[in-house]
Write a protein that binds this ligand. Structure first.
Ligand SMILES: Cc1ncc(COP(=O)(O)O)c(C=O)c1O
Length: 403
């Protein structure tokens, strides 16, 4: 099983190229949670995610024969970039299979780092099957995204950095996709500081670990559905499963709404841009999924920052809705001159800003002399929303808040 010495050896191999990423105390999240929260900012890693650590450790240990035959892998995007860059840097040819709907920014970056991208399959698991075909046909070495000791050892170097930069750490929170990251981190941490808790987090729409632990064998879910594409796997790997069973204290899940909220507040309060998978550790802390003592020193690992800007826009709107900063309402007016003006006047008096408005006389939900209005508004928080809705209702409007 993976050991501390594997991780220390990995650090010697990758140290000159991989960044020792910052660990920043967060005043905001410490205040919100009554804990001492330090963020491990792996979103500032080269390639925008931690995956370069494991990929480089694997590629640096290839034999000359393996180097000349090239490598192949499957990845939803971050491992793809890590393998492409590490391979190109070592003069090794890389072929990377990515799911057809992989984020555009990740596909483009993988090509830019010198990887040959093959788009195949609906999700990671289908892409992986294709990559194994290529492995057999072309004699390339398969660089597994998580079920590989060298890869896990590379990711484990994050654990060494956390212990060095935050010696008082009591709890580390780590996202789980295939389980390579948490296996590496937990191995490093439990070997050096066994009392430190290591907690794993999965997205609700891609959560197989709790059931696997219950059954004592790997459980595969039928399909994945989460905004956190980096951890959208149907199951974890065999090697990670053994390690998680032994070295991880607890595994929790978070919803996409909780992920969107964490991503939004990270951007606003910490100026840190993360992707969905990069937000799950903080989401677990903020949503109350984890128990802790007051003033406990907690490190959520923000593992990646590669998010398509169009996805970011959608996620931010969801986050703002939860913060009461963006509101969509529907109401019904009499279809006569000035009715809409009356509604708008109240909204203006309440200092809410209209972002979009849709006025519909044809809706089947209303009478023929009525008109339905949907309005999107910028608001200033939950209290402002409550005041605005109460004022409208006091004026006789029936207000539906749309999610
Ligand atoms: C940003 C990010 N966080 C976390 C993970 C989870 O890593 P693992 O698959 O090793 O569990 C991934 C995996 O791709 C990722 O891209």
């Amino acid at each position: 099983m993976l050991s501390l010495s594997d991780i220390e050896a990995a650090r010697d191999r990758i140290d000159a190229f991989v960044r020792h990423t910052p660990l920043e105390y967060s005043y905001t999240f410490s205040e919100w949670t009554d804990a001492n929260v330090h963020l491990k900012l792996e979103n500032f890693q080269r390639t925008g995610a931690f995956k370069i650590r494991g990929a480089m450790n694997r590629i640096e240990t290839l034999t000359d024969e393996q180097r000349s035959a090239g490598v192949v892998t499957a990845s939803a995007g971050n491992h793809a970039q890590g393998v492409a860059l590490a391979a190109t840097r070592a003069g090794v040819d890389s072929k990377i299979v990515m799911p057809e709907h992989a984020p555009i920014s990740k596909v483009k970056a993988t090509r830019r780092y010198g990887g040959e991208v093959v788009l195949f399959g609906a999700d990671y698991d289908e892409a992986q099957a294709k990559a194994h075909e290529i492995e057999a046909e072309e004699g390339r070495t398969y660089v597994h995204a998580f079920d590989d000791e060298y890869v896990m050892a590379g990711q484990g170097t994050i654990g060494l950095e956390i212990l060095e930069d935050c010696p008082d750490v009591e709890t580390v929170i780590v996202p789980i996709g295939g389980g390579g990251l948490i296996s590496g981190i937990a191995t490093a941490i439990k070997a050096i500081e066994p009392e430190v808790r290591v907690i794993g987090v999965q997205a609700e729409g891609a959560s197989s670990v709790a059931e696997s632990l219950r059954k004592g064998e790997i459980h595969q879910i039928e399909a994945v559905d989460t905004v956190a594409d980096g951890i959208a796997t149907r199951s974890i790997g065999q090697k990670p499963f053994e390690i998680i069973r032994e070295r991880v204290d607890e595994v929790v899940t978070v919803s996409d709404a909780e992920i969107a909220l964490a991503l939004t507040v990270l951007l606003e309060r910490e100026k840190a841009l993360v992707e969905g998978a990069g937000a799950v550790a903080l989401a677990a802390l903020l949503s109350g999924a984890i128990d802790y003592e007051p003033d406990e020193t907690i490190v959520p690992a923000l593992c990646g920052g590669n998010i398509d800007l169009n996805v970011l826009t959608t996620v931010l709107v969801r986050g703002l809705v939860q913060l009461g900063r963006y509101l969509k309402i529907r109401t019904v007016l009499k279809d006569r001159p000035g009715a809409l003006q009356g509604l708008i006047d109240i909204i203006a008096e309440q200092q809410a800003n209209i972002y979009a408005i849709h006025h519909d006389r044809t809706s089947k939900r209303i009478g023929v002399s009525d008109t339905e209005v949907e309005i999107e508004l910028e608001t200033r928080g939950d209290e402002h929303v409550a005041e605005l809705v109460a004022t409208l209702e006091a004026e006789g409007y029936i207000v539906d808040i749309l999610e």
